[in-house]
Design a protein around this ligand. Structure first.
Ligand code: ARG
Ligand code: ZN
Length: 879
């Protein structure tokens, strides 16, 4: 059942042009597809077979060169239809019937809030018509949509609109033409009654691009931020990567029912409503930030993904890793580099490192899969972005840019591989990346052991670095990785020392930061002329996705927290310090000893909170404790209760000790300026709200009153939601009233209602599972809407470890029940949820038993989707 990279063969036939005609009707849509196919010269095997893929489509008629083919001239096996005896060139015509209104998988053509829309990546086009639905088949598309006029006044597809007209039965039609060859996964159509918000952008070569955002009428006031973000993204890609937009029109459509965040269909990006709509009253700073970055991401795909696409789905990171790297740089340039880096590393450590250590571990370029939808992962996306970032670090910014230019120029219009990407980087730089490519093929997070030695007589300082990488499924032994480590040596006053590596000639200008490249299993770096014993600052800016195994005492960490000139490492030292303290508390809590925190730790926090030189956004990062998930990852075996208890104790103790400091800062940060999405205002709000949540840990009357006051009086969702989520963590009478009032006020706004579900599902209060179960019956909840599922069930199972992992297993049973309900409806969403059980081995025997019991229960269910089967069977294989 598994598909393997080594089985790749070029297609026997290419498609030159596709003409599609859709007669749109919710119950029965007729699709007419006419394509010109020709033998692929790149396909070496002699064969005149055309392979088409289809799923849940009714084949009405099929003809080749105008001659209707009989059923016995083709073979259907599962999702494949093989037409044999094909001529060198032919016109193939296929008519199919599909049923958008009963399509709950949200793949292919479906109906959402009364509008037609599509999601074709990765293999959704085969739910529309029989087609060579694979990314290395690129064709030019012309699409005609026919639909009833009053319900569907807006008819959209890829490319440029070329013709439209009316029929005399109340229907109208529109034809779109996309001049760029593309794979079928980038096809899209939309039809509905939508408001259109218009803007424009003139590219640097003078092309005037019309920008259109289509949304439901009641949301037309929520598009300003998206419009600004599109223009920012267009300008940024020109300035940073020299990439210009290539059509006369760029469209975004907001859709309520969507499996993922958004999709980069050529010229017609389709977005989950929650990733595009925003107003100060209904969206938080985090939403604004997210929208800007996702709009950037999808827009950047126009080059990294669309103009140059993937040969097969094993190459997914070719477009996703690269595009995530691009969107990360975009957000960093528009906001703050250190804050963005910290956030990205937090995601990587809490989720990607965990995936690398799980039964679902896979390389950035996987070598096999059962269902490709399961590989839209933090490994392919976020670790993939780290791999691109390492190439940038190794080549330097300028050469990296030349490598990108070469890649785009060389492969424009082609479907290529990650090897092609690396080859362009090698050719542009002259650097050999052979060993570096192991980052694409080997899974797992490398661990780097560090040993150092200082010789005061010789003034020599020696760093010994050793790497090893834990085994992952199918990969017991790993070869060494090529790891770039940006390094500095700090003197006693915190300033970086000039660096001179033994055996290299004196450089004119002394370097204070050096890129050490670790290729081998073990390497030694000797620095000369080192006048005092330095404190090493390693992996500055997190130049590689690795774990540093370096023993540092609390004094050294506190020194780095106060002095490191690299903002990332300064933050990281604080986190490590907090992890160490927390893990000691975990240990004490397991041994039922009394818990206690050293005064120096508390004073370090106080100093950070009150440091007038520190950027407010960085104070927030420094005072945010490592998550329970990250602490779990750092433990031998996970004790959810002890981790929760330790973290709670830390929060409560610190809150008591620093109450006055928090309260002072909270008051000083009040402002009644109107909401603006701007780095400084955001930092101010987040520090203020961080103070509030710490103050609330004391449960003091004053804190409660301030919290309720902020909840009732704030005019922006950031502050309202901050107050409400804090209230939701405490069993006060104010809590229920606030939750009720909030729902009453916002019940007509789906995005806000999702926040309301998520806050309740994330509450650490002991009754949370009962609450979540009751909310399944709430009129605003439906399993059919992925955002609601993510908000309520996803948040509970993936964002509330202490309640989800209840020792009696009821959290697991709850999850398995939902997975089985969802599996026949929307397998992609079911599979995402079930992965919450895949790391069962990390828990105690009782929990292991409860978890595997539910996994086995799911596995024995018939029928079971490929998606869920893959996750569950691989999870159980690990036993
Ligand atoms: N290419 C989209 C993006 O990253 C995501 C598409 C996800 N599709 C899927 N079947 N999981 O922007
Ligand atoms: Zn993407």
């Amino acid at each position: 059942r598994a598909i393997r990279l080594t089985d790749y063969r070029p297609p026997a036939y290419q498609v030159e042009t596709v003409e599609l005609r859709f007669e749109l009707d919710p119950a029965n849509t007729r699709v007419h597809c006419r394509m010109t196919v020709s033998r692929n010269p790149a396909c070496k095997v002699q064969g005149h077979e055309l392979n088409l893929y289809g799923k849940d489509v009714e084949l009405v008629r099929l003809s080749v060169d105008g001659i209707e083919r009989d059923k016995n001239t083709w073979v259907i096996d599962d999702e494949t239809l093989t037409l044999s005896g094909m001529p060198e060139r032919a016109v193939v015509e296929i008519e199919t019937l599909i049923h958008p209104d009963s399509n709950t998988a949200l793949e292919g053509l479906y109906v959402s809030s009364g509008m037609f829309c599509t999601q074709c990546e990765a293999e959704g086009f085969r739910r529309i018509t029989w087609f060579p639905d694979r990314p290395d088949v690129m064709a030019r598309y012309t699409t005609t949509l026919v639909a009833e006029k009053t319900n569907y006044p807006v008819l959209l597809s890829n490319g440029n609109p070329i013709k439209r007209g009316e029929l005399d039965d109340g229907r109208h039609w529109a034809t779109w033409e996309d001049p760029f060859p593309k794979p079928s996964y980038l096809f899209a159509l939309v039809a509905g009654d939508l408001a259109c918000i218009e803007g424009d952008f003139t590219t640097r070569s003078g092309r005037k691009v019309d920008i259109r955002i289509y949304v439901e009428h009641e949301n037309r006031h929520k598009c300003e931020h998206a419009m600004d973000s599109i223009k920012q993204a267009m300008r940024w890609d020109e300035e940073t990567f020299g990439r210009e937009y290539d059509l006369d029109i760029f469209m975004i459509v907001a859709v309520n029912d969507f499996n993922m965040g958004a999709m980069e269909n050529k010229g017609l990006n389709i977005f989950n409503s929650s990733c595009v709509l925003a107003s100060p009253e209904t969206a938080t700073d985090a939403d604004y930030y997210n929208i800007q970055s996702i709009i950037g991401h999808e827009y950047f795909h126009n080059w990294s993904g669309n103009r140059v696409t993937c040969r097969d789905w094993f190459q997914l990171s070719l477009k996703e890793g690269f595009t995530v790297y691009r969107d990360q740089e975009f957000s960093a340039d528009l906001n703050s580099h250190p804050v963005k880096r910290i956030n990205d590393v937090n995601i990587l450590r809490a989720h990607q490192f965990a995936q690398d250590a799980s039964p679902m571990a896979h390389p950035v370029r996987p070598d096999s899969y059962i269902e490709i939808s399961n590989f839209y992962t933090v490994t392919v996306y976020n670790k993939g972005a780290e791999v691109v970032r390492m190439i940038r670090t190794l080549l330097g910014a300028e050469t990296f840019r030349q490598g990108c230019d070469l890649y785009f120029e060389r492969h424009d219009g082609q479907a290529v591989t990650t090897d092609d990407f690396v080859a362009a980087m090698e050719d542009a730089s002259g650097i050999d990346l052979t060993r570096f490519k192991r980052w694409y093929s080997q899974a797992g997070t490398p661990v780097i052991d560090v040993e150092d030695h200082y010789d005061p007589q010789q003034q020599r300082y020696q760093l010994t670095l050793r790497q090893h990488c834990p085994a992952t499924p199918g990969q017991a032994d790993k070869k060494p990785f090529h790891i770039p480590l940006l390094t500095a040596l700090l003197s006693g006053d915190g300033s970086p020392l000039p660096l001179q590596l033994e055996g290299t000639s004196d450089s004119m200008a002394p370097q204070h930061e050096m890129l050490l490249e670790l290729f081998d299993q073990e390497q030694r770096f000797t620095f000369t002329g080192v006048a005092e014993r330095p404190t090493p600052s390693l992996l500055r800016g997190f130049t590689a996705p690795v774990r540093l195994a370096i023993h540092r005492d609390e004094q050294t960490l506190a020194f780095l927290l106060a002095n490191d000139s690299d903002p990332f490492n300064r933050w990281d030292a604080g986190q490590t310090l907090a992890v160490n303290v927390l893990l000691k508390l975990v240990d004490a809590s397991q041994k039922q000893q009394t818990l206690d925190i050293d005064a120096t730790v508390i004073e370090a926090f106080r100093a950070t909170l009150n440091d007038p030189r520190l950027d407010m956004a960085l104070i927030v990062q420094a005072l945010s404790l490592p998550s329970e998930a990250y602490l779990a990852d750092q433990s031998e075996s996970v004790d959810v209760d002890a981790i929760h208890a330790a973290r709670m104790y830390f929060r409560k103790t610190l809150a008591e000790q620093l109450y006055d400091d928090f309260a002072r800062r909270y008051q000083a940060l009040q402002s009644d300026a109107p909401y603006r999405f701007d780095a400084n205002d955001m930092a101010q709000r987040s520090l203020k709200n961080l103070c509030l949540s710490w103050m609330m840990e004391t449960e003091k009357q004053q804190a409660r009153e301030l919290c309720v006051q902020q909840f009732e009086q704030s005019s922006n969702m950031t502050d309202t939601l901050a107050a409400l989520s804090t209230l939701a963590q405490h069993d006060f009478p104010e809590r229920e009233k606030a939750l009720e009032d909030f729902y009453t006020q916002w019940k007509d706004d789906p995005q806000v209602v999702e926040k309301w579900f998520a806050i309740q599902a994330g509450s650490r209060l002991p009754e949370t599972l009962q609450r979540v179960t009751a909310l399944l019956e709430h009129p605003a909840f439906t399993l059919k809407n992925p955002n609601k599922v993510r908000a309520l069930i996803g948040r509970f199972c993936q964002g509330n470890p202490v309640r989800f992992h209840a020792a009696d297993g009821r959290g697991y049973r709850f999850l398995a029940d939902r997975v089985l309900e969802l599996d026949s409806m929307n397998p992609q969403i079911a599979a995402r949820l079930v992965s919450a059980l895949s790391r069962w081995k990390r828990y105690d025997p009782t929990r292991q038993h409860h978890m595997t019991q539910q996994l086995e229960r799911i596995l024995s269910h018939e029928p079971l989707s490929r998606d869920v089967f893959e996750i569950v069977s691989k999870s159980l294989d690990a036993s």
